[in-house]
Design a protein around this ligand. Structure first.
Ligand SMILES: Cc1cc2nc3c(=O)[nH]c(=O)nc-3n(C[C@H](O)[C@H](O)[C@H](O)COP(=O)(O)OP(=O)(O)OC[C@H]3O[C@@H](n4cnc5c(N)ncnc54)[C@H](O)[C@@H]3O)c2cc1C
Length: 245
């Protein structure tokens, strides 16, 4: 990990660092698209291509598929949308799954999906750079592994499936630096057991903020929720909820 950080640090000062120092092998030719990211989107693209007889290579920076769901979500998470809106192409959810599958069920479904379509991502490999070489009509894609090893791929098509929630965003809030207490982003929150009896301020009241608050209450913590603007809540029994879902 340190070597990876060192490589990234050096690259931020010298964009040609990885090309001059670390590349160990000759470029790997991929006879189909490279897909960056092994989340649900990357898996779905790989499966649909496979279904049409097109091979692909999926490159994932984490050590597992669906890393957002496996590594960066809280224990009590269920799909926020009914399962019919969340299933991937070509393979429905198991019939005995509830309307809102829990995190474990969703991950098991994604693992079964990857297995069914023979998707074996290159794990622990972060894509750092991609360039389209117009002279040959090919993409050159460089990834960096855990030990700082650089692999160059050459392919005709590049699919970026790196997600919209994969990077945590922590806004700058006045007083944050002086505040002496613990602060964490929801991606690091697992459950409220360690907050029993403590006062916790939850900033943001989207799905995650509200659910974390409920979890804190269930663990006998004392949460407060900061709401920036008006809040709309759709109760499952409401007409509009029934209309939408
Ligand atoms: C708490 C929570 C609840 C949610 N509930 C629902 C729901 O009920 N229904 C729903 O449809 N969606 C839900 N979402 C939205 C969520 O974004 C999707 O479920 C889904 O994970 C999106 O899939 P994705 O493949 O587009 O992105 P991601 O799951 O984010 O996957 C992107 C992948 O790309 C990898 N990656 C990123 N950069 C690189 C790089 N440079 N090199 C290599 N790999 C890289 C990441 O490690 C990650 O594995 C929820 C999200 C959260 C956080």
């Amino acid at each position: 990990m340190n070597t990876l950080k060192e490589t990234q640090g050096k690259m931020s000062h010298d964009s040609h660092y990885m090309f001059t120092c670390k590349q160990q092998r000759s470029p790997v030719w991929v006879p189909g698209p490279i897909i960056v990211g092994a989340g649900p989107s990357g898996l779905a693209v790989a499966a649909c291509l496979k279904d049409q007889g097109v091979p692909s290579v999926v490159i994932e920076r984490s050590n597992c598929i669906a890393s957002l769901w496996q590594l960066k979500t809280y224990d009590r998470l269920r799909l926020h949308l009914p399962k019919k809106f969340c299933e991937l192409p070509l393979m429905p959810f198991p019939e005995d799954y509830p309307t809102y599958p829990n995190k474990q069920q969703f991950v098991e479904y994604l693992e079964a999906y990857a297995k069914r379509f023979g998707i074996n991502p290159v794990l622990n490999s972060r894509v750092e750079r991609a360039e389209y070489d117009e002279s040959v009509g090919m993409w050159r894609v460089w990834s960096v592994g855990m030990k700082g090893e650089v692999v160059e791929y050459v392919c005709r098509w590049l699919v970026v499936a790196t997600g919209e929630n994969a990077e945590e965003v922590v806004p700058e809030i006045e007083g944050m630096v002086e505040f002496g207490g613990e602060m964490k982003h929801t991606s690091e929150y697992k459950n409220g057991s360690v907050y029993k009896g403590k006062k916790v301020l939850v900033v943001g009241c989207g799905n995650s903020g509200m659910e974390v608050c409920l979890d804190l209450c269930n663990h006998n913590a004392k949460p407060s929720l900061v709401v920036r603007d008006a809040v709309s809540i759709l109760f499952p029994s409401s007409t509009i909820h029934k209309f939408l879902f």
